[in-house]
Design a protein around this ligand. Sequence first.
Ligand code: NAD
Length: 423
Amino acid sequence: MALVAAHNELNVYESAEARFEVAVKRLGLEEGLYKYLRYPNKEITVYIPVTMDSGHLEVFIGYRVHHSIVRGPCKGGIRFAPDVTLDEVRALAAWMTWKCAVVNIPFGGAKGGVICDPSKLSMNEKERITRRYTAELSEWIGPERDVPAPDLGTNEQTMAWVMDTYSMHVRHTTTAVVTGKPLDLGGSHGRKEATGRGVMISCDKALAKLGMKRETCRVIVQGFGNVGSMAAMLMHGAGYKIVGVADIHGGLYNEKGFDIPALIDWVYAKCKPLPEFPAGGAKMTAQEVLFQPCDILVPAAIENQITSQNAHRVHARILCEGANGPTTAPADALLEKKGVFVIPDILGNAGGVTVSYFEWVQDRQGFFWREDEVNQRLKEVMERSFDEVVRYAETHGVNNRIAAYMLAIDRVAFALKLRGIYA
Ligand code: NAD
């Protein structure tokens, strides 16, 4: 079992470490490799001076953590949120290393964040924060070094600003410096839907394994941003019944199922609060929706939603993690005891980084793929990775999460051994 002191349960870095420790022990990893992989490669803190629209000068704190460059350039999102901490960015960077290794793409892991509240910033202020943050990091990012992407509070527009700022510094347009860009700036078809599509592909695989059918599957999706809304839309289109939805404003549960295209129109075209959806069901908090009756639960919002305090209330047969770190380490054992089939974040939401990899490849080739080609390649990667994790779990007698960590750590450690240590 993954051990974390009770008072630290919500520290995501400790949660990530706890699973890492268990996986390393099960693998019997040698001491030196353990020490190497435990620490990040580099941690950068930047202080970002920004002239606000009011004319006053503000300073924002930003981080970028490179966890690993063993298997390739490091890769990971940039998060704009008021509660960003270095510990959180560290954990997310490590998860990126393991995620890229689980799906076997040639990247290491990184993550970045800026402590700010995007809901209180104008577009111009967000642009100035993004450009100065990028300028401060310009020698540490690049197509061969570290390739950022969007995450909570950032989007395609943010990536366009990062790409432009970096290109101005290096004096030539460098589209491959970021992924998740607009299509017209070297983005990839299918990237917007990729994480949600990966969630659906993983759920399809779990259904086949457990002998279940889409048509009789009730799904709850917490989070209605990029990952949650796309997962809900694709799964609704494929025949799953979406009975629960939630975002930061609250949750809705309706046993009869939601018309997801209408809900997307309500939230995104009409810009109305999700809980006010006219054809909605029972209103509740975004947390409460997690514990309603369902077959598949997809937490796709933020960390620490399923904990030792509430894991016993999960009804789902399958938990597919769209968000990073939605389940704390102490909750793992409780879910396992209940027989919940867990598709851990480093597998379940890896569709995003997989298509980001495709975007990076296309940018570097200057040759772009059709959407059906992107989706087909994504399907192949997700299905193969799912099979490898489940096989690893069965062979080693561990749960899917620990299996995913073991598989990933094994791949990174093997590459590290081949490279050796540069003295
Ligand atoms: P987003 O900013 O587009 O959407 C976040 C959603 O979560 C919004 O609907 C927001 O209202 C909701 N939310 C925020 N706080 C909440 C709360 N307390 N309770 C309920 N809902 C809340 O972000 P996203 O890109 O969809 O990312 C969501 C999660 O998925 C994050 O953990 C992110 O790291 C992870 N992830 C994203 C991608 C990607 O490709 N975007 C890939 C892998 C993992």
